[in-house]
Ligand binder design. Structure first.
Ligand code: NAP
Length: 497
């Protein structure tokens, strides 16, 4: 793992065998059209692999296979304790191939190797293992009905589920979707983001090796606008789980309504507030303010992009955050010392640069960064960037930039901090920093988001639910609550003679 040097990882990358075919009915197959699409490495712009470009005919085939597998009962009717063993074995196989999968993810997404080895792969392993281990501990209900009756309330799988995931955390979001949907007995079709299909394709083969029956899991790489839309409109898909932008999430809700009202659960964007009071541990808060926005190059749905700071300490605190930001200058994803890698692609790089221009035009003060760097690598690198003098009406405070751009907004008291925090269409995450338990707790309660940290940022693990209020989505990934998204409740009512 991290005992490897940049040279070691680069050498391993040269010899890496990359699977780019779709995974249907337990085996790797070409797209029916034979079409492929290249996937590039954002770290250097070089060609990584040709990946099957699946279309509507592949989707229809995959749905038929998934439906057949579901109705066969080979997985859905397997004893939960046996499904558990398959998922636990799958997690072990991913762990056995941890270096290879971490490397694939770093190459495909541009994530620093220290993140993929230290966060993405272990988190996927834990998610799959935990969901597997949990599933034979979930009991159904016998409600308190009249004495001459007996009612059973059972949790049953939805049937065929489509999962559509984004490029910013491909492996983690894949695990968040697959672990609970498979644990509850569904058959699943996963569509990875076009930019980042490789880790999902790799772990699908390991699922079969672990004993997942053929046809229970399909992975179809292909374009969202055609393949993804077709899945979302499909009449024979019972559930749709999505992580991605709010814009596409809104379309998916409509596709569900236009077709068969498939159960649709969405994890969407954010513009998360990170609120710092003057009485906080400012040193710790400053270090974490930089982590909150620059981790994964700011390409994180929960990124703390609005730093809302009490006016009395704002200038001093910005200096402290700038000092911490120097450690986030981007670097080669395969260098274990790199904290921040590139943007995912040229289009995202342009979006980030455009927002820096918008911030300047809106009258915010550029305090740090603001430029593309490392052009000579062929990669899409952008400096950590900080704007002060932002007000919450500016576009850089309202819109999800999805890059390493921090907007600092001042406040005078707790009521104003909460008002600014809640003045957003989003409600995914946030944090408050204060050493006064009353202030911290009251503010944490008042901010309308799915996850709120007190004196930490990015807190949480598989045991707690994750998801958004408002236009950040519905439903929840992770924890036992994730099982709710993939099951129907069925009542059986019995009357005795
Ligand atoms: P995106 O553009 O919404 O794409 C997400 C997925 O949807 C991709 O697989 C994409 O396929 C597919 N897609 C695109 N158009 C579609 C359509 N019309 N019908 C069906 N599927 C379609 O999002 P992204 O740019 O990949 O990811 C960034 C976004 O994800 C950000 O907004 C971020 O906040 C959000 N996110 C949220 C969470 C969370 O848990 N709340 C976590 C991570 C990311 P293609 O790749 O082929 O376009």
């Amino acid at each position: 793992m991290l005992d490897k040097t940049r040279q070691d990882w680069t050498a391993l990358a040269t010899g890496l065998e990359i699977e780019g075919r779709a995974f249907i009915n337990g085996r790797y197959v070409e797209a029916m059209s034979g079409e492929t699409r290249p996937t590039l490495s954002p770290g250097n712009g070089k060609h990584l692999a040709d990946v099957a470009n699946c279309g509507i005919e592949d989707a229809d085939h995959a749905v038929r296979i998934a439906r057949g597998a579901f109705e066969s009962g080979a997985w859905a009717d397997m004893a939960p304790a046996d499904r558990k063993m398959v998922l636990v074995r799958w997690a072990e196989l991913i762990e056995d191939h941890a270096d290879e999968i971490a490397l694939l993810e770093s190459l495909d997404v541009g994530k620093p190797i220290s993140d993929t080895t230290g966060v993405d792969v272990p988190s996927a392993v834990r998610t799959i293992r935990w969901s597997g281990e949990a599933i034979d501990k979930v009991y159904d209900e016998i409600p308190p009905t009249p004495a001459d009756t007996l009612a059973l309330v059972q949790r049953l799988p939805l049937g065929v589920v489509a999962a559509i995931v984004p490029w910013n955390f491909p492996l983690s979001t894949t695990a968040w979707k697959l672990a609970p949907s498979l644990a509850t007995g569904n058959s699943v079709i996963l569509k990875p983001a076009s930019n980042t299909p490789l880790s999902a394709l790799r772990i699908a083969g390991l699922a079969s090796e672990a004993g997942l029956p053929d046809g229970v899991l399909q992975v179809l790489p292909g374009p969202g606008g055609s393949l993804g839309k077709h899945l979302a409109l499909h009449e024979d898909i019972d559930g749709l789980t999505f992580t991605g932008s709010t814009e596409i999430g809104k379309q998916l809700m409509q596709y569900s309504g236009q077709s068969n009202l498939k159960r649709t659960f969405l994890e969407l964007g954010g513009k998360s507030p990170n609120i710092v009071f003057a009485d906080a541990d400012l040193k710790k808060a400053a270090a974490m303010a930089a982590v909150a926005v620059f981790y994964n190059g700011g390409q994180t749905c929960t990124a703390g992009t609005r730093l809302i700071v009490e006016n009395s300490v704002r200038e001093r605190f910005i200096d402290m955050v700038i000092a911490k930001s120097r450690a986030w200058m981007p670097g080669d994803p395969l260098d274990p010392a790199t904290a921040m890698g590139p943007m995912i692609d040229v289009a995202q790089l342009k979006t980030v640069a455009d927002y820096v221009g918008i911030g300047e035009e809106e009258g915010a003060s550029l305090m740090f960064g603001g430029a593309q760097v490392m052009q000579e690598t062929g990669g899409c690198y952008f400096e950590p960037t900080i704007f002060d003098g932002v007000n919450n009406d500016m576009r850089i405070a309202r819109e999800e930039i999805f890059g390493p751009v921090l907007s600092v907004i001042g406040f005078k008291d707790a009521a104003e901090a909460v008002a600014i925090a809640n003045d957003s269409i989003y409600g995914l995450a946030g944090a408050v920093w204060s050493n006064d338990i009353n202030t911290a707790h009251k503010v944490a309660k008042a901010v309308r988001v799915g996850t709120m940290g007190i004196n930490n940022y990015f807190g949480g693990d598989i045991t707690v639910p994750f998801g958004g209020f408002k236009q950040s989505g519905n439903g929840r990934d992770k924890s036992m609550h994730a099982f709710d998204d993939y099951t129907e409740l069925k009542t059986t009512w019995i009357e005795f003679d």
